[in-house]
Every structure is written in structure tokens, then in C-alpha cells.
Design a protein around this ligand. Structure first.
Ligand SMILES: Cc1cc2nc3c(=O)[nH]c(=O)nc-3n(C[C@H](O)[C@H](O)[C@H](O)COP(=O)(O)OP(=O)(O)OC[C@H]3O[C@@H](n4cnc5c(N)ncnc54)[C@H](O)[C@@H]3O)c2cc1C
Length: 408
């Protein structure tokens, strides 16, 4: 067995599988590490030493990065699109447009939670499978090959994925394709399917049929992070909410991502895609001009002329106002740097291997959960205090006095 190091250093491998897709001898196989992350290895019995797997790896090539041309705060004009999406519903707006032009969309499916993977979609009905962020690594499978086939057949193609997956596709294609549009999102990092399966095994068995989501919006439009499992045999959803749910809190705190996520080459403001999406939490109520913003707002970065063309063609289905790139970076640290490795990453790993997911996560997230709860409480109390009528007057007077002091 030849090692992954013949393709790229293991700690840098994002699992994009460009090497698997490029090998026409199918000599690259996938292995899983103890946490369930996939890594390629070369089968020497089949390998003809052509070197394609190494040269296609985005870690060994210089893909062009683009500084965004425009920063926009936006969401889908259609409230139902916002409601059924994780953030502002823009990914669905762009995907719908491509389908309406008889194009093909590649994105991540897996609402059943067991098998999160990229699929090819050709009809409006199938777009439903792509909706929603799945906070777990999606398997690319053979989708780069299929996309290449579609592009060669002169179909319009939209590929949506993590920045490293889009980099994998571009590296695999090896040339700029006029008919290809790409969208990524600001990415925290990805846990493995194995870790997610271990977590939800406390609620359901692998033989059960269920669906899963990671964010729920209530009737007032407030979005809650969690792991929401809906078994088909029950009307009730089993909800593990942030911060009590170990998977979602471990995800947001960076306790168990893929090794490469902690040194992510794509966690920066320059992007490899035409359009980048992310959450925009309008806590300051900056977006009053957007009339329809109950169920979510997104940051939208238009990175290329192609992105601009796609945005222009979808403009009728989007409400938007100008934003600022520096403001986006302030709100979303992964536009500047990768997330830091959790101090207990190694401890979690050791404990997971001996005691399993629940015990390991419980032990190493206990402190985080306590701190998060404390800060949530403080923020709730200050919101209530600030809403009291006399507090507003007091606050305004305080600000005015500060102004007077400053002018003196
Ligand atoms: C693992 C992960 C980490 C993220 N981290 C951040 C973050 O730190 N900050 C931030 O602002 N936003 C983050 N997001 C993006 C955010 O959750 C929204 O997806 C984004 O704002 C677009 O929202 P939407 O309503 O337009 O589309 P959504 O309804 O969220 O659809 C998103 C699209 O992304 C694709 N997708 C979903 N899950 C995956 C996956 N696991 N792998 C690859 N593609 C996927 C689907 O194909 C779909 O078309 C993350 C998303 C994921 C999946």
C-alpha cells in the first residue's frame, strides 16, 4: 500500500477527493482514520505511477484567489425560501435559476443524516435535497467526474460546497470553464460523519428512518442551533439544543474538526469561487431598508465577473442592500483565519477512542457549556434592561454626557 504522503502531507489533506476523481485506473482508494475522516491511499497493484494524483491535489497547485468585488447583505425575497433554508435562502435562489436555464446543480444532500454526500440535481423538485447546512463533511464521490461530463456536454453547471471542495473541483478540471459557476460559504470546519452517527445513536438506531437538521427557525424567525432528529415513526422531533447538545457545541467550539480545518488555506477574504455566502446576524438592526428579513439574512460576496453576472440574473428574487467587506470580516472570523484548535482536541481524541463520543464530549465541553450559558444569561439580562423605557432615556443621556466630556 502506498501512503497518502505520496499525494500530499496527511495533515493538509482536506478530503476533497480530486485525486480519486482524476485517477482513470481507480487506483486511489479511501481509508478512514480513528475519528472517521477519509484519506486517500494508492493501491500499488493498480497504480501506473503517472503522478496525476499528486499534481491534481489543490495542496500542490496554485489556484487563483479573488478579492471580492462586492459585499452585499441579502436574502431571498420569497419568505418560504428563507424559512426552509439555513440562512437567507440565497443558495436555493441561485440553484433554482440554473435549473430554470436547463442547467445542472451539484450540492450537498443528506437530510437523513446518515449519508451526507454531494449529488447531481437536474430538476426543481430535487433542489429540496440540497437545502440546509449539514454541519458534517460531505462525501464528494464521483461528482467532479460527473460535472466535467456535463461541462463537456455544454451544460450550465453550478457547484456549491465548502471552499476546499470547490478548489478540488477546479484543480480537477484544470482549466477555466465558461459554463461553470461556483458558490462556497464561509466555513468553520467539518466534523466527520462517524462522529455525527455516534452522537445521534443515543436517539435512533441506524436501521430507523429519520431526518436531521442543525438549525431551526421559530415563528418569530429566531434561529436556534442544535441537532434536531425527526424519526419517521414519531411526530415529535428529538431536539438537542445549543449549548446543551454536545455535537453542535463541539462543532461551534472547534473540538473535533478534520485536522486540515485548523490550518485551512481558504479561511481568508480572497476566495476561489464566484460567489461566497455566509450568515449575517443583524443584531444592531442595520438592515431596516430590507422589508422582508424575518427568517434570515446572509452576507453575499460577489468575487468575480461571472459571480456578478449570476447575481444580476437572480436579482429579481433577492432583497439586498450594500454591505462592507471589513464589516463581514469583523463578524465572521473565518474570513480572516482558520478556527483555532480546541485546547482539548488531543484529549478528546484519546478519550473518544476509549470511552466513546458522549463521555469524551461531556468531559471536554463541560467548561465551554458553563461559560456559554453564563454569557447567554448576561446577554439576555442586558437586552431586557435595555428594552425598559427609562433605560433608553438614561442611555441616551449617558451618551450625550460622554459627548460633552469628550468635547471638553
Ligand atoms: C460545515 C459548514 C460550516 C459553516 N460555517 C459557517 C460559518 O462559520 N460562518 C457562516 O457565516 N456560515 C457558515 N456556514 C454557511 C451557512 O450555514 C449557510 O449555509 C450559508 O449562509 C448559506 O445559507 P443559505 O440559506 O443560502 O443556504 P442553505 O440552505 O444553508 O444551503 C447551503 C448550500 O450549501 C451546501 N451544503 C450544505 N451542507 C454542506 C456541507 N456539509 N458541505 C458542503 N456543502 C454543503 C448545500 O448544497 C446547499 O446548497 C457553514 C455551512 C456549513 C455546511
Amino acid at each position: 500500500m502506498k501512503q497518502i504522503s505520496e499525494i500530499c502531507p496527511k495533515e493538509k489533506c482536506t478530503g476533497c477527493q480530486a485525486c480519486v476523481n482524476i485517477c482513470n485506473k481507480d487506483a486511489i482508494k479511501i481509508d478512514r482514520d480513528e475519528l472517521g475522516f477519509s484519506y486517500p491511499f494508492i493501491d500499488p497493484a493498480v497504480c501506473v505511477n503517472c503522478g496525476l494524483c499528486g499534481s491534481v491535489c489543490p495542496n500542490n497547485s496554485d489556484l487563483p484567489f479573488n478579492l471580492p468585488l462586492k459585499a452585499i447583505i441579502a436574502n431571498a425575497s420569497d419568505e418560504a425560501e428563507q424559512k426552509t433554508s439555513t440562512s437567507g435562502g440565497l443558495a436555493s435562489v441561485f440553484a433554482r435559476h440554473i435549473i430554470s436555464c436547463h442547467g445542472v446543480v451539484y450540492g450537498c444532500s443528506g437530510a437523513d443524516g446518515k449519508n451526507v454526500k454531494h449529488i447531481r440535481v437536474e430538476s426543481e423538485a430535487e433542489l429540496l435535497f440540497l437545502k440546509g447546512s449539514k454541519y458534517v463533511q460531505s462525501e464528494i464521490g464521483e461528482t467532479y467526474r460527473l460535472a466535467k461530463h456535463d461541462l463537456q456536454a455544454k451544460r450550465l453547471v453550478l457547484f456549491i460546497g465548502t471552499p476546499c471542495q470547490v478548489a478540488g473541483l477546479k484543480s480537477f478540471l484544470g482549466q477555466e470553464c465558461e459554463n461553470l459557476y461556483t458558490i462556497d460559504f464561509v466555513c468553520h470546519g467539518v466534523p466527520s460523519q462517524q462522529l455525527l452517527n455516534d452522537h445521534i445513536s443515543q436517539y435512533v438506531t441506524p436501521r430507523d428512518s429519520y431526518s436531521i437538521s442543525f438549525r431551526k427557525k421559530n415563528v418569530r424567525g429566531h434561529s436556534h442551533y442544535g441537532v434536531f432528529v425527526s424519526p419517521s415513526s414519531q411526530t415529535e422531533t428529538i431536539a438537542g439544543r445549543y449549548p446543551d447538545d454536545y455535537y453542535i457545541t463541539g462543532f461551534l467550539q472547534g473540538l473535533f474538526y478534520r485536522e486540515s480545518c485548523y490550518d485551512c488555506h481558504y479561511a481568508r477574504k480572497e476566495r476561489v469561487t464566484d460567489i461566497t455566502l455566509g450568515d449575517y446576524w443583524d443584531r444592531e438592526n442595520n438592515c431596516k431598508t430590507l422589508k422582508n428579513r424575518k427568517y434570515g439574512l446572509s452576507m453575499l460576496m460577489v468575487n468575480t465577473a461571472k459571480g456578478q453576472f449570476l447575481f444580476k440574473n437572480c436579482q429579481h428574487f433577492i432583497d439586498y442592500q450594500p454591505g462592507e467587506l471589513n464589516d463581514f470580516i469583523k463578524r465572521n472570523a473565518q474570513l480572516a483565519r482558520p478556527i483555532a484548535k480546541h485546547i482539548h482536541y488531543d484529549n478528546f481524541k484519546k478519550e473518544y477512542l476509549t470511552k466513546g463520543f458522549k463521555d469524551a464530549a461531556q468531559k471536554y465541553l463541560a467548561n465551554d457549556i458553563k461559560m456559554i450559558k453564563r454569557s447567554l444569561l448576561i446577554s439576555r439580562i442586558s437586552t431586557i434592561i435595555y428594552k425598559l423605557p427609562f433605560m433608553k432615556v438614561f442611555y441616551k443621556k449617558l451618551l450625550a454626557n460622554i459627548g460633552i466630556l469628550k468635547s471638553k
